[in-house]
Design a protein. Sequence first.
Length: 148
Amino acid sequence: MKTLFSFVAAALCTASMAQADPVISDQKAAKQLLGKHALTLQWIGTGGLKDAGKAEVKQEGGEWRLTGRNDAKEGFVSLDGVVTKIDKTTFTFKGKIVTRVEYIYEGKECARDVEVTFERKGSRKYWRMYPIDNPCDAVADYIDIFLR
């Protein structure tokens, strides 16, 4: 027979594992972030919008999920995680980022479980991931998510 304590402990454990909506300090920026966007990594395709992949931010099960992928003959980039914070020029992403570029890191996949910031600077029409350092090779990855 389960005790009241075991029910409460199970509920607290489940609640602590669940993600929460992001902390939002700018509603306009949050509205811009929700939805579908272009996704690029400068090493694949031309790095421009012509060869961009797709990223999407949607509210799902009490969290804001960011998923995306860009494939090209040179490799790919993929994102899968949650948005935890949004302000006027930045948002924080926590999740998995995988890149593979044929001439970087011997063409192997570089997977990272990270918490990173995507930032819009000046009049740019995209958020760029920071830090830009690739943890698997001595290169900088410009992972960009473009406004709709």
